[in-house]
Design a protein around this ligand. Structure first.
Ligand code: C2E
Ligand code: CA
Ligand code: CA
Length: 424
């Protein structure tokens, strides 16, 4: 049998033939796993191909050493791996437990090294239902799932499902589902708390959308947002969310509660509209909600395009009394110059800082320095993606006290949020 020179794993063709043979000759339950390393080309560019190859070799070793994980594995090409695994329990157990153990072995192996910052793996899983399906078709489906989650730290593993993939691959299909949900009030508003790590008090919330199709299946933003952006429909969604946020704030105020500011996401497409500021103002006036309770999140990358047009509109929104924050700061190619000229209230540090940079000494120094600069120029800072107490402690010691992350809560339905945080 042929072996891959770099990893010692099976050659792809042999992997396909072997795995197909295994599945057809036994009665166990099987799945194909496809994964790759996020931004692997950075490792090659920064540390050279020898280091890149050594890392791929170590990942292959971990694959073989992790007990009861993969039956056989191969490297398809570059940093793309495929494995055949069997599983006894449920599909969820495989994704949340077995796969989690493998991921942990990989991050433990590289902990403390400079390359660790880049070693986020993207996984795609295809649970085999028909033993006669060809191996190549199964691997393709695992790869389609993998690509769906790619570049999104929220979704380290995507499980293939005909329904979701169909919509994801063909954005035209999501639009009728969106329209139907929109007209039948099946767009749900979830709230994620923003917490002060020193006082443990609620300081704000972000409104995030969820779509429910007519069969009651929940569709996540990673599936529908790209299609809505492509077609311009995102503008409707964002106004729907603003409307819902205002309704909610009005309800809280009328019950005598002191609300926290609630933010909503404003996609880049809005900035092409001449009437953006007037449209937002008209809604707020209709609901008679003080503007200090409404926060607008604008993704960092928006500020790189037609900077002056954007900055002008953002300034106008702030003059009206809205708070504006820069979302996903550091996810793209932030320039430090930008911080000095952005007319905003808050910088939201991207999840990537916690997931990547906190793993290395240099990364820690960068975040620490960045937080210091932001504090010196008196911008508010909030860190997204904080999942553990340790992460919170480090970020808080560096001077960022506000936290949004799974450590406190995932985005939750409004009624749950009200019960837990507002005693409504
Ligand atoms: P975002 O604006 O950066 O929102 C935060 C996302 O990070 C949410 O994902 C949230 O669930 C996730 N998150 C929060 N804490 C953690 C954590 O500790 N760990 C991890 N791994 N993830 C965490 P969600 O709700 O899936 O939304 C994904 C993106 O979809 C949002 O990213 C936003 O860009 C977009 N989106 C969602 N709703 C809307 C909307 O109504 N309008 C627009 N324009 N975009 C939206
Ligand atoms: Ca956001
Ligand atoms: Ca964000």
């Amino acid at each position: 049998m042929n072996k891959d020179r770099v990893t010692g794993l099976l050659a792809f063709e042999d992997f396909l033939a072997e795995s197909q043979g295994i599945i057809r000759s036994t009665s166990e339950k099987y799945l194909y796993l496809a994964f790759d390393v996020c931004d692997f080309h950075y490792i090659n560019n920064q540390y050279g191909y020898d280091t890149g190859d050594a890392i791929l070799g170590r990942i292959a070793d971990i694959l073989m050493e992790t007990k009861d994980f993969a039956i056989i594995s191969c490297r398809e090409y570059s940093d793309h791996f495929a494995c055949l695994c069997s599983y006894d329990g449920t599909e969820d157990e495989f994704v949340n437990e077995t796969l989690f153990i493998f991921k942990k072995h990989v991050s433990d192996e590289f902990a403390g090294s400079d390359e660790a910052a880049y070693l986020n793996l993207n996984f795609g899983v295809y649970f085999v239902t028909d033993k006669n399906e060809s191996a190549i078709s199964c691997v393709d489906k695992a790869n389609i799932a993998r690509r769906t989650g790619k570049g999104n730290y929220n979704i380290p593993c995507v499980v293939y499902s005909e329904h979701l993939m169909d919509m994801k691959e063909n954005s035209a299909k999501i639009i009728p589902v969106f329209n139907d949900s929109f007209h039948n009030e099946r767009i749900l508003v979830y709230l994620q708390p923003k917490i002060c790590s020193e006082t443990q008090k609620l300081v704000g919330a972000e409104a995030l959308s969820r779509l429910m199709d007519k069969d009651g299946r929940m569709i996540s933003p990673s599936v529908f947002i790209p299609a809505l952006e492509k077609t311009g429909k995102i503008v409707e969604l964002d106004f729907y969310m603003l409307n819902s946020v205002l309704k909610l704030l009005k309800k809280w105020l009328s019950k005598g509660l002191e609300p926290v500011p609630v933010s909503f996401n404003l996609s880049r497409l809005h900035f092409f509209s001449e009437s953006l500021v007037d449209d937002i103002n008209a809604l707020v006036e209709y609901y008679e909600v003080p503007r200090k309770y409404v926060e607008i999140e604008v993704t960092e990358s928006v500020f790189f395009e037609e900077e002056n047009v954007i900055i002008d509109k953002v300034e106008k929104l702030r003059e009206c009394g809205f708070k504006v924050s820069v979302d996903d700061f550091g996810a793209g190619y932030s320039s430090l110059n930008l911080i000095g000229v952005l007319p905003v209230d808050t910088i939201k540090l991207d999840k990537g800082f916690v997931k990547g940079s906190l793993k290395t000494k240099r990364g820690n120094d960068v975040i620490k320095g960045l937080i210091k600069i932001l504090n010196d120029i008196e911008l508010d800072i909030i860190c997204e993606g904080v999942e553990t107490k340790e992460e919170e402690e480090i970020i808080s010691n560096y001077g960022c006290k506000e936290i949004q992350g799974y450590l406190y809560d995932r985005p939750i339905p409004v009624d749950e949020f009200e019960k837990k945080y507002l005693q409504v």
